[in-house]
Every structure is written in structure tokens, then in C-alpha cells.
Write a protein of this length. Structure first.
Length: 242
């Protein structure tokens, strides 16, 4: 999974989103989710997905409760939660939402956790995307790690000066607030310096760009893309003629 080119993974995201829409059944949605989870297991990144799944499922629980209790068209009562009744129709509709959201999140995590942002952006730029847009995308991926690194450095400096940074919530808040100004200012300064460095290197030049590294290719990329295309065509035909 880590060696597959980013474009094929982008196609897989599109494939995972389209197929459950073309064939809106529980079985198809479950198969798509299971396929994404199996690919995450094969890539050995499933542990990194657990915090994301935890947050997503926490949000989806509210969807299940709201749809099960208050969705228009609810008729069949399954059980009661105090004065409220949980309905079959709402739960089935909520289950559809849960499967589709889980499917989309899993497909995106497969791309994010097995692909370097620089490789993804370089592949897109090679295929005609504006280098400026590519730079923005890379910056978005890099800004959070850079800010965390800067914050860690400032926290270490404050500890060396005897400032309390651990303990009760109030103590941590007092230590965190002074970090905001240097972290934000440092990020702005880094952005300006990076923009100047890019300008010096001819980033805005209209001449054809060259690449330092050769494009990574995967021997089975074409077969993977063709297989996804054929499955999509089959799904459309199944929906139209059956």
C-alpha cells in the first residue's frame, strides 16, 4: 500500500464514495468499509486510525440517536428510552449514514497514512495542477507539525527558566497563554521567509519546471485503476438495467 502511487489512491477515494451512491444497499456499504479496513490492516496503519474512528463514532452516535427518535416517517417502535421511542426506520437510515461516513473516512485515511504529502502534491503538479495550489496543500500538512515543534521548544525554554508548565488545569492554562504570541508570530515569519526563498528560486517563473526526484511508479497501478473503472461501470449498468 505504501508503494502504490498517490493518483491510484485518489481514484480509490472517488471509487469508495461513488459505489455506495450508485448501489445504495447495506451489503455494498459494508463491503466497501470492510475493503478499506482490510487495506489499512495490510498497510499496518490501523492503530493510527483509532483516534480518528473514536472521534467520528462519537459524532455518529448523536446522528443515530436523533434519527432513531425524531426522524420524520418513523413508525415501527423497537424500544423505549424513558419517555422517547426508538424507531426502526430512523435507525436504518442512521446506519446508512454511519456506513457511508465510515467508508469515506477510511478511504481518506488510507491516502493520508500511506502517502507523503510531498509525493501527493508532486504527482498532482506533474499532471497539470498549479504549483501554487500544491504549495498551499503542502503548507497545510506541514504547519501543524511545525507549530507543535515550536511550542515544544518554547515550553522547554520556559521550564529551564523555572516556569511551571505541568500540574492542574489552571497552571497549564497560565503556561499555555504566553505561548500563543511567539508561536503565531514565528509561523508568520517562517511563512514569509519560505515565500522569499521560493521567489529567489524562481517559483513564479513561467518556464517549464524540472523535478529533483523521478516519479514513483507502481507496476500494477494501471490494472488497479482499470479494475475500479470496470466495477464502477458494472455498478452503473446494474442500477440502470436491473
Amino acid at each position: 500500500m505504501h508503494n502504490i502511487d498517490p493518483i491510484s489512491k485518489l481514484y480509490y477515494i472517488l471509487f469508495a464514495i461513488i459505489i455506495p451512491i450508485i448501489l445504495p444497499s447495506f451489503i455494498v456499504s459494508v463491503i466497501c468499509v470492510a475493503l478499506s479496513v482490510l487495506l489499512l490492516l495490510a498497510a499496518k496503519v490501523i492503530r493510527k486510525t483509532l483516534p480518528v474512528y473514536s472521534f467520528v463514532f462519537l459524532v455518529l452516535i448523536t446522528v443515530i440517536v436523533i434519527q432513531g427518535l425524531f426522524r420524520p416517517g418513523n413508525e415501527t417502535i423497537l424500544f423505549h428510552l424513558g419517555p422517547f421511542a426508538m424507531h426502526k426506520e430512523g435507525l436504518l437510515f442512521a446506519l446508512t449514514i454511519v456506513l457511508r461516513v465510515t467508508n469515506i473516512v477510511s478511504a481518506f485515511m488510507l491516502l493520508v497514512l500511506t502517502t507523503k504529502p510531498s509525493d501527493l502534491v508532486e504527482s498532482l503538479v506533474r499532471r497539470g495542477m498549479s504549483p501554487r495550489i500544491g504549495y498551499v496543500i503542502v503548507s497545510v500538512f506541514q504547519i501543524i507539525p511545525e507549530m507543535m515543534s515550536t511550542m515544544s521548544t518554547i515550553m522547554d525554554a520556559q521550564r529551564s527558566r523555572g516556569m511551571e508548565t505541568e500540574g492542574k488545569l489552571l497552571v497549564r492554562m497560565k503556561a499555555f497563554i504566553p505561548l500563543l504570541a511567539p508561536v503565531v508570530l514565528g509561523s508568520l515569519i517562517n511563512t514569509k521567509e519560505r515565500a522569499m526563498a521560493l521567489e529567489v528560486r524562481g517559483f513564479n517563473s513561467r518556464n517549464p519546471k524540472t523535478y529533483l526526484n523521478e516519479e514513483k511508479t507502481y507496476s500494477y497501478s494501471k490494472w488497479i485503476q482499470v479494475a475500479m473503472l470496470l466495477v464502477t461501470i458494472f455498478a452503473v449498468a446494474w442500477r440502470v438495467f436491473l
